[in-house]
Design a protein around this ligand. Sequence first.
Ligand code: BTN
Length: 254
Amino acid sequence: MAENLHWFNTVDSTNTCLMADRQQCNDGTVYAALFQTAGRGQKGNRWESKAGENLTFSILFKPEALPATEQFLLSQIVALGLVDYLAEKGVTATVKWPNDIYAGNRKICGTLIEPVLADGRVSAAVAGIGLNVNQLDFDPSLPNPTSLRCETGREYDIQVELPMLLDRIFDRYDRIGSPYARNGFDAQYLEKLYRRGEWHTFEELPASDVPAEHRSGLRIKARILGIDPKARLMLEHADGTIHVYGSKEIKYIL
Ligand code: BTN
């Protein structure tokens, strides 16, 4: 797909703008901003990014016939595209289910995918991506940030990098209709899952509206087995039992 890329100097949030414009925009439209005044992250958090240093952009997907139950496919496509792009830059990245991309034990990228559902299908989805590219200093309140420059020691022109990254994402999106390709995405996502198969500490969270980072629950030792068909994390506990978790039900202890 030939992307339809629009750069803006300043917007509130590329996700908010593209969502508002979605009816007039084609599948594959991309809004990118040098600066966002109200960048949005997961769980109602803000996404802060120094002006002009990083990639902050959103992609509009209007898939032809994607059942709502298969919307996780878009998340896989975006995550794997990011991992492919980072590999080209010499960075081995993994996917920290459900929304982050990690370089080692540090977060290099966050994604915020907002679907619009109609008649049991995904009629549109805005995939927002915040990739730390050149930033070296981060807000000390962030637990474990990194950037492409921190990882490689090189500086990048974000306007040159974005089309390369989009190529990696659209390579996969263009194959969304092929069941063969979809199976491949499942296998590749599994292979790239952060901490898969290793024993680590997690925290099971009690159901609540309080944001996950402010809730505490039961600490367990477990290992990631994979993702189930409902996009939940499958963990094996130390006693050999297998449990599944939605994103609000489990926290990684880093
Ligand atoms: C997260 O890790 O919390 C998700 C961060 C997503 C940030 C991106 S930056 C571009 C797009 N516009 C937004 O307002 N948010 C996403």
